[in-house]
Design a protein around this ligand. Structure first.
Ligand code: GTP
Ligand code: ZN
Length: 362
């Protein structure tokens, strides 16, 4: 029946559930579990989970490394939650804010038998909901009955995992003329993904020739840099510099991708900034939170370019990964145009770390 939600729709619902602190039901390979985000766990929900069975905590291998917890499943660690700890124990394992002040002492009881599939699915879902990558799971018997009895969203591992790894198709929803400081001939296009995720934007400057390489910039949202003029990064000057160059050349396209904080979201980026104030660099901070260096999906940049009719670019960037991803997804990068602007005393170390650890061109 067509009114039944598809897995894409169920995943969108599950993201909201997890953000709200509601459990979701995960199932796969004959097993089933309730999963709840550690970040939005209430004391009552922890009590409720314990009434069902033994509760385990899923963490990424990155987070486990900081906690010195054993990882038996490559990318995921599964820790048994002791019966005598409260919500603050879970919080301290999930959130590195107080790692230095109150180091979490193991040894932790790390699970090595059974499958980590449902734990991995919970982490993937929680990352896509832009929460701290940590989930509590408790096994249940009959997933379908449990979900319908309690009105919970039911997610199947085999169907969901490939979808979570894919880039959702994007569709143009609206476009209009937008004169900007850099060029009077501007046009803003809004693209919406099918998975209910963030919209992304493209600002077209002039009327670029679709048969020649276009001067292009893939800009990732940075509220602090773009809007507030933060001195901790170079995003604001890069945004304005790219538009200015497009204005001067009379043509270009700037994609504004809503992947704040290299894809971890603004709340997590502020957590990373707090860790940076404790002395960690931008990459270490991401790892301590349980994220990879860069959680962005640049494939959507190629898709937007193609939808706008472009297949070759002169790419304004210092990031070799952006070039590799463009080429990999069928957009030819005929030239890399360096974008070195906005270095200052506050972001010098950040820019140096990008060069030394993330391979950025100097
Ligand atoms: N997680 C995290 N994200 C950051 C930090 N500083 C800046 N960002 C984010 O990094 C992204 C900056 O991306 P881009 O401007 O595309 O920079 P880039 O990947 O270095 O590539 P180019 O600028 O093209 O050379 C934005 O999403 C910022 O919000 C940080 O310390 N931690
Ligand atoms: Zn920035």
């Amino acid at each position: 029946m067509s009114l039944m939600p598809s897995m894409i729709e169920l995943l969108a619902r599950a993201r909201v559930d997890l953000r709200m602190g509601l459990p979701v039901v995960l199932t796969g390979n004959g097993s089933a579990a309730l999963a709840i985000a550690a970040e939005s766990l209430t004391g009552q929900r922890l009590t409720d989970l314990r009434a069902i069975g033994e509760v385990s905590l899923a963490l990424t291998a990155r987070r486990a490394e900081t906690l010195k917890a054993r990882v038996y499943d490559t990318d995921i660690a599964r820790l048994t939650v002791p019966t005598d700890v409260d919500r603050s124990w879970v919080r301290s394992l999930a959130d590195p804010a107080d790692d230095l002040k109150f180091p979490m002492k193991g040894p932790f009881n790390c699970q090595r038998t059974g499958s980590a599939n449902l734990h991995r699915l919970a982490i993937a879902l929680i990352k896509s909901a832009r929460l701290l990558p940590a989930a509590l799971l408790v096994p249940i018997d009959d997933a379908a009955t449990f979900a319908s009895d309690h009105g919970l969203t039911l997610i199947n591992h085999a169907v969901a995992m490939p979808l979570l790894g894919e880039s959702s198709p994007l569709h143009p929803v609206a476009a209009a003329r937008l004169p900007v400081e850099a060029a009077e001939a501007g046009r803003l296009h809004v693209f919406r993904p099918e998975d209910g995720g963030e919209e992304h934007y493209a600002i077209e400057i002039g009327r670029p020739d679709r048969n020649a390489p276009v001067l292009a910039r893939l800009h990732s949202a940075c509220f602090t840099g773009d809007v507030l003029g933060s001195l901790k990064c170079d995003c604001g000057p890069q945004l304005r510099g790219a538009l200015a160059q497009m204005g001067a050349e009379g043509a270009g396209v700037l994609l504004y991708l809503n992947q704040e904080g290299r894809g971890i979201g603004l709340a997590n980026k502020m957590r990373a900034y707090s860790l940076q104030d404790q002395g960690f660099d931008t990459v270490e901070a991401n790892h301590r939170l349980g994220f990879e260096d860069d959680e962005r999906d640049f494939r959507l940049g190629s898709e937007i370019l193609r939808k706008l009719g472009f297949d070759q670019v002169r790419l304004l960037t210092n990031n070799p990964n952006k070039i590799a991803m463009m080429e990999h997804t069928g957009i030819r990068v005929t030239e890399r145009v360096p974008l070195k602007v906005g270095e200052n005393d506050f972001n010098r170390a950040y820019l140096a770390t990008k060069a030394s650890k993330s391979g950025h061109f100097l």
